[in-house]
Design a protein around this ligand. Structure first.
Ligand code: ADP
Ligand code: ZN
Length: 602
């Protein structure tokens, strides 16, 4: 972002440079300039002048003799000769032996040349430079002087981000609009006695536009915006981070009303627990932050926005009233949000009329704003690669697959038998999905290998976003996942490694059904596992005894097994279609959901 500017170098730095340049100038250029006025004459003339007693001052150097006439109007120089009687003759002529003739010859001119003019030039350059900086972006940023804090500041940026640049996220925007309103008309709030929250915590998964929203608040309210990442506070030495916090708040209070944005606040705001080896530096920094937040009154106009995707790891002291007491969720975009985000980013690239953004949004279920931006960019890159002038619907679809599954692996060499196995495997998934009511429609089936390692895949696209999923639907999903392996078994009577990813997903679903969704008959509504992080996914933590874990494992495998058997049964009843479709896919490599359904029903 070019409206961001690192703090300028401190003023004394420029003074130092100027002084250095001045000294160089005096050392190198001055003698040259002075020398120009010295007349070069031959030794004979010098001797004649000496005889005529027309010598004022004289300086004998090793490589030249510099002297003036009696009136000291002109300065001359001549090369020295081996002339032993010279000094005596000069003395007789009444010459004064003085050094530094050149510098002394005209003190006024000397001062003028070596100091006044250069300083004047530097002054003019300085004026010009500062004017140029002021003009850029209409006074975009301000110098931090000798500040210790790394916070970047930008002010009233004319090209700043506005709420309209952030697509979707309407709830978050509504919430933040109040802050903008407050910064515009604080009196309205003060009259009633309402005070704004000092801190607002933006929580949500990575890439959902938290940073963008914070910038938009500053852009909309036309106030200075300090931005710093939590990790920048964590310094090598204990106490440095705390000093930075102090410094940041000092500057913020001077610039109030303003917005301070702390990205990734979990880097410093982590829960202080009874860990044996605590992190002194981080705790000191956090303590300083807490102190600073308590230290200023509610209505000073300093509003602190912070972002995190691990709200559960934050120290409770940080989120209590009076500190970050307002929490604004910035969730993954829903279908409408995804469509809007795609359109915002598509405006920056050329697209032809064929792009159906609603379809692309449906295909990219679960993608964050950053991923959607990436999808649009990938599509544009693909269009350039193909020599087209605008991105098409096909570019968009392919770029979704690139983001999901990696690039096409053009030269992966699969044997015929392997390709046939993959074709049966994918058709197996598709048929099991299609034969169960309530499964998401099949959008596309392909057996083109991808760089991610997938040898093929079946893409299912829901009509709408799903917020709750029933037990039956989960079971159907597991059945669909086992469909690939089931087809291999049905046709070839053996198993392959191609189902590893399916197995992983099926197990995860079945385990979640038992441990988190309370869908097992034996345990009922008991939480047996806790999720590590709501927004980052990944780890879960067992909440039960080892004996229970053994039973969980048994139930998980029972669920998957039951669905696997269901899939085998479905495929046995569709054996002819399975052969027919697998052959078709083998030949065409990619088929659409429509083609598939037509053949399956035909
Ligand atoms: P976060 O701070 O939540 O990790 P960012 O604000 O840094 O996410 O967003 C990263 C990028 O993703 C942005 O620069 C933007 O291009 C894109 N993006 C994310 N959310 C949105 C949105 N709602 N509207 C438009 N672009 C978005
Ligand atoms: Zn599979």
């Amino acid at each position: 972002m070019h409206e961001v500017q690192k703090p300028k170098k401190p003023l004394y730095y420029y003074y130092g440079v100027a002084l250095l340049m001045l000294m160089c100038f005096n050392l190198l250029a001055m003698p040259y300039i002075a020398q120009k006025q010295v007349k070069n004459i031959d030794y004979g003339t010098f001797m004649t002048m000496t005889d005529n007693k027309d010598i004022g001052r004289v300086e004998i150097q090793s490589n030249q003799i510099i002297f003036t006439d009696k009136a000291e109007k002109n300065v001359y120089k001549t090369g020295p000769l081996n002339d032993p009687g010279l000094v005596v003759r000069l003395h007789d002529a009444g010459a004064k032996f003085e050094g530094q003739i050149i510098q002394q010859m005209s003190p006024l001119l000397n001062i003028l040349l070596s100091w006044v003019i250069p300083i004047g030039i530097f002054f003019l350059i300085g004026q010009y430079m500062s004017k140029k900086m002021m003009n850029r972006g209409g006074g975009n940023f301000m110098s931090f002087g000798m500040g210790k804090s790394d916070a970047k500041i930008y002010v009233k940026s004319s090209e700043g981000i506005k709420f309209s640049d952030v697509a979707g996220e309407d709830e978050a925007k509504d919430n933040l609009k109040e802050i903008v309103d407050y910064l515009h008309k604080p009196d309205k709030y003060k009259e009633i006695g309402a005070s704004m929250p000092k801190g607002v915590l933006l929580v949500g998964p990575p890439g959902t536009g938290k940073t963008m929203l914070a910038k938009a608040v500053a852009g909309e309210s036309n106030v200075p915006f300090f931005s710093i990442s939590g990790s920048e506070f964590v310094e090598m030495f204990v106490g440095m981070g705390a000093a930075k916090v102090r410094d940041l708040f000092k500057q913020a209070k001077e610039k109030a009303p303003c917005i301070v944005f702390i990205d990734e606040i979990d880097a410093i705001g982590q829960r202080r627990d009874s860990r044996v080896a605590g992190n002194d530096e981080r705790e000191q920094t956090l303590n300083q932050l807490l102190t600073e937040m308590d230290g200023f009154e509610g209505n000073t106009g300093v509003i602190i926005l912070a972002a995190t995707n691990r709200p559960e790891s934050l120290d409770p002291a940080l989120t209590r009233p009076g500190r970050f007491d307002r929490r604004v969720p910035v969730e993954l975009p829903d279908l409408k949000g995804r469509e809007a985000i795609l359109q915002v980013h598509a405006k920056r690239v050329k697209t032809d009329g064929s792009v159906d953004f609603n379809k692309i949004a449906r295909m990219s279920s679960g993608a964050s704003g950053a991923e959607l931006a990436n999808i649009v960019n990938e599509a544009a890159l693909r269009a350039v690669r193909a020599g087209r002038s605008a991105a098409t619907e096909a570019d968009m679809e392919e770029s979704i697959e690139v983001v999901i599954a990696g690039y096409q692996k053009k030269n992966a060499i699969l044997t015929e038998q392997e390709r046939r196995t993959v074709a049966y495997h994918e058709i197996g998934h598709a048929i099991v999905a299609a034969d169960q009511s309530g499964s998401a429609p099949v959008e596309k089936i392909t057996i083109i290998p991808r760089t991610s390692g997938a040898l093929g895949y079946t893409m299912q696209v829901e009509e709408n976003d799903r917020y709750i999923i029933t037990r039956e639907e989960l079971e159907n999903k597991i059945a669909t996942l086992t469909g690939g392996r089931a087809a291999e078994e049905t046709v070839f009577g053996t198993m392959s490694t191609g189902a590893a990813n399916d197995i992983e997903q099926a197990t995860k679903l079945a385990r979640a059904m038992v441990t988190r969704y309370g869908m097992s008959d034996e345990f009922g509504m008991v939480q047996l596992e806790a999720e590590g992080s709501r927004y980052l996914g990944g780890e879960t933590y067992a909440q039960c005894s080892p004996e229970t874990q053994t039973q969980i494992d048994r139930q998980v495998s029972a669920i998957v097994k039951a669905q696997h058997e269901k899939a085998l049964k479905i495929l046995a009843g569709r054996r002819e279609k399975l052969d027919e479709l697998a052959k078709y896919l083998y030949e065409k490599e990619t088929i659409t959901g429509e083609e598939f359904m037509k053949m399956l029903e035909g």
